[in-house]
Unconditional design. Structure first.
Ligand code: VG1
Ligand code: CO
Length: 543
């Protein structure tokens, strides 16, 4: 089979965001578009040659086409072995795990996470490096530079791979191995958690509902909850991955999974309700009559993690993204372990995890995971909760109440203003930035500003610096507001406003979150002139 060199012209928009290159499907369908991007990766990462590459995606529209293209380029660029999930399916955490267990030199993950799918939806690609984590800022910058000057790429002709049949297929000098998408991941989960105990918990009449939202986690949840843990089949809903996610928006939060919140507050509520997103890295946790915010989930899991088999040795540290509420900081202090604060995006956790400085990490955007993989992991979080409930005998409600009574409660909400005009959003951020130096010691709602600045991260492991990672207005421990622009959108700009308020008094632990953070929302709106400049009276999405 001949390797062909194809002449191409650069596209100038292949800069990656918070999590890979994300564009409308139609953008990816332009001639040579994906090929250029992948070739730029092969050009920048010569270590892929002669080595193993993992390929998979969340099953969204264009997944199979993209995987065929990727296999053809991989073979033409001298990759020795390609490992691909059956049907082209791999959840993001499962792909990261495969890269690790198979000692691959990297992986291509085709996903736009929770962004809607289908011909008019979004598509995306992430490059993960050896070790399983997302490529660093330095590497993605090099790849971007290469996409701007690329003039050719290589393909292997006649590369018809059957993605549905498990086993090996020879493609020129490259072996393509199609494997079961779930096996390795399910095995890992059984090493980390006490499956007997969770099975027993379910047998004793506790119930669980997991909504796969017609996205990638369906087969994983089916195998783990139903086949291995013995939950009744109805425990997993929307388990069949669909190319358009059933027309839905598999973003597990109170807006797009509102039906789960309704279930939690109904008389039929199971003991544990959960959902994941398009590519399986996010999670939402609810109990009877209670939604657990992601920042709380991180803190509560951290506080109880040592009860679980994979974590008996205790925690080496906790890491959270800067906008994530500071609930985990209280737990880290109590456990006397370091708390790391990183910029938004999972890639910033990987150095800490590799260096053994963090055991559990989390983001307010419904992301939680541990040192077991190098991506956030939706099902891991659900299993961790199930295991903690089974081990403590507490309900979600009891666990949360005890946690807040001990550590205090961080009320948290994120207000998103979506698809703003990009220049307008940048102007708003610039104006807000110019005010930051004047805010210290000023009053902000009913608090006093102790620190106001732009967050800049100094990676303690490799010394790299990530600047301009969001504006923060901090009022001691009591309150904090963060502003930043999203790096994952495919249209216009999205402004994210993160609101956090901390209380300790016993009578203040069960307020409605919206009420608790309302004064902060009003104060930041006035200060940053959000409604005035954006023309929006309210945010588009509140999570
Ligand atoms: C968002 C979240 C961030 C998350 C990223 C990828 O980024 O805020 O916490 O890591 O999405 O998640 P941004 O730049 O739009 O705020 V996923 O589930 O899309 O891989
Ligand atoms: Co995701």
């Amino acid at each position: 089979m001949p390797i062909r060199e194809i002449t191409t012209k650069p596209y100038l928009d292949q800069k990656t965001g918070t999590a890979g290159l994300r564009k409308k499907v139609a953008v990816f369908q332009q001639p040579h578009y994906l090929e250029n991007f992948l070739q730029a990766i092969f050009d920048c990462v010569p270590e892929l040659k002669g080595q193993l590459l993992v390929i998979g995606g969340d099953g969204r529209y264009h997944n199979r086409d993209a995987i065929r293209t990727a296999i053809s380029l991989a073979a033409a660029n001298g990759v020795a072995r390609v490992v691909v999930g059956q049907g082209g399916i791999l959840s993001t955490p499962a792909a990261s795990h495969l890269i690790r267990v198979r000692k691959a030199s990297g992986g291509f993950l085709f996903t736009a996470s929770h962004n809607p799918a289908g011909p008019d939806g979004d598509f995306g690609v992430k490059f993960n490096i050896a070790g399983g984590g997302q490529a660093s800022e330095a590497l993605t910058t090099r790849i971007y530079e290469q996409t701007k000057i690329i003039g050719r790429y290589y393909v292997l002709d006649g590369t018809e791979v059957n993605l549905d049949r498990c086993g090996e297929q020879q493609l020129g000098n490259t072996v393509v191995e199609v494997l079961d998408s779930v096996d390795d991941y399910a095995q890992l989960m059984q090493q980390l958690f006490d499956f007997d105990r969770i099975r027993d918990w379910l047998k004793r009449g506790h119930s669980l509902r997991f909504d796969a939202m017609h996205a990638v986690t369906g087969p994983y949840a089916q195998r783990i909850f139903v086949d291995l843990l013995g939950a009744p089949p109805g425990s997993v809903s929307n388990a069949v991955p669909l190319q358009d996610f059933g027309g839905g928006h598999p973003d597990p939060n109170l807006i797009y999974a509102k039906h789960l919140a309704d279930l939690a507050y109904s008389s039929e509520s199971p003991d544990l309700i959960a959902a994941s997103d398009g590519d399986g890295d996010r999670n939402m946790i609810l109990g009877r009559g209670l939604f657990i915010s992601p920042g709380d989930s991180l803190a509560m899991l951290a506080a109880n993690l040592a009860l679980l088999p994979g974590y008996r040795q205790g925690l080496s540290g906790i890491a959270r993204s800067m906008p994530t509420c500071r609930a985990a900081d209280q737990v880290a202090a109590a456990l006397k372990v370091p708390l790391h604060e990183t910029p938004t995006g999972w890639k910033f956790f990987c150095n800490l995890l590799d260096a053994g400085q963090a055991t559990i990490c989390g983001e307010e955007s419904f992301g939680t995971s541990s040192v077991h993989t190098r991506e956030k992991d939706g099902l891991w979080a659900v299993l961790a909760w199930a295991n903690v409930l089974a081990a403590t005998g507490l309900s979600v409600q009891e666990l949360a109440q005890q946690h807040w009574a001990r550590y205090g409660r961080h009320y948290f909400a994120r207000h998103d203003y979506e698809e703003l005009d990009t220049a307008l959003a940048e102007n708003l951020m610039r104006q807000a930035a110019s005010l930051l130096p004047t805010l210290a010691a000023q009053s902000f709602a009913s608090w006093t500003v102790t620190q106001a600045d732009e967050f800049s991260y100094h990676d303690p492991i490799d010394g790299s610096v990530a600047a301009a990672q969001g504006h923060r207005i901090i009022c001691g421990e009591d309150a904090r507001v963060v502003l930043r622009l999203s790096g994952t959108g495919t249209k216009g700009a999205t402004l994210r406003v993160y609101l956090e308020r901390y209380v300790r008094e016993a009578g203040a632990l069960n307020w409605a979150t919206g009420d608790a953070v309302a004064p902060l929302a009003a104060a930041i709106d006035k200060l940053a002139r959000i409604s005035e400049l954006s023309g929006r009276r309210t945010p588009d999405v509140v999570t």
